[in-house]
Write a protein that binds this ligand. Structure first.
Ligand SMILES: *Cc1c(COP(=O)(O)O)cnc(C)c1O
Length: 238
């Protein structure tokens, strides 16, 4: 195997990606079994399409977008090789702008939102994959359904024919106890064991730049990385 040197102004992204892949492999060796697949998503908020496309050229196949407006302004510049998931809070009236462009909506936290996704999916002749977002740290500032209501919301959503539940998403609070990661793991196992109609539960989306190794320890199979891949973001988020 030859080691390819990457040069140019985006070389740091290639370096960062290699380091993340390496850390994921180590965490997997420590906590998980070798045959399990852990997807690395590049979180692209505030990041220019040129950088995003460079990350795709290095092997990233999944992008995460937070804001509909920003996504619409960038999507035509994105390399078509990567899939896009919506991971930010989504207003019901904006589903129509993304229904044909994203392959999953990870931030579903109400039946109202799921119903609108279902309506537009049906209209566009498709089934939309979704995750139920759980506010596992019960933080006022975060979206997501309370952990205690996640399974009943999933049961309700499973009755919608053009929405397919693929699992759960969470943003555990910064520096929180590992117990919250474990709580998500337990919730995910409970959901998987439910065998709801049309559900195919295979995604636990948890872990960001600061906590992805902990997330992998507790069963995450999709980590969402922004800062550790692209560097610090240039402007503040809402
Ligand atoms: C910004 C964001 C991330 C990535 O956060 P980093 O700490 O920069 O890796 C992951 N998930 C969601 C939902 C985000 O909004």
């Amino acid at each position: 195997m030859s080691i390819q040197e990457v040069s140019g102004e985006f070389a740091y992204i290639a370096e960062n990606y290699k380091e993340i892949v390496n850390n994921v492999e180590n965490a997997k060796a420590k906590y998980r079994s070798p045959e399990e697949k852990i997807q690395i998503m590049a979180v692209t908020k505030t990041v220019e399409p040129e950088k995003v496309n460079f990350a795709v050229s290095q092997g990233i196949t999944l992008l995460g977008e937070n804001r509909v407006q920003e996504y619409l302004s960038k999507k035509d510049s994105y390399s078509p090789e990567a899939q896009v998931h919506m991971i930010g809070h989504l207003q019901t009236n904006k589903v129509k702008y993304i229904i044909n462009d994203v392959s999953m909506i990870q931030s579903v936290d109400s039946f109202k939102l799921a119903t609108e996704i279902n309506r537009l999916a049906l209209k566009n002749n498709k089934t939309m994959d979704i995750l139920v977002e759980v506010n596992v740290g019960s933080e006022d500032s975060k979206s997501g359904v309370p952990a205690a209501e996640a399974l009943s919301l999933a049961e309700q959503i499973s009755l919608l024919e053009n929405v397919r539940i693929r699992g759960l998403m969470a943003i555990p609070p910064i520096n929180c106890s590992e117990a919250l990661f474990e709580k998500m793991q337990t919730l995910y196992e409970e959901l998987s064991s439910k065998r709801l109609s049309g559900m195919s539960c295979d995604v636990l989306s948890m872990g960001m730049s600061g906590d992805y190794e902990t997330a992998i320890k507790y069963g995450s199979n999709l980590i969402r990385i922004g800062t550790k891949l692209f560097g610090a973001r240039k402007y503040l988020e809402v």
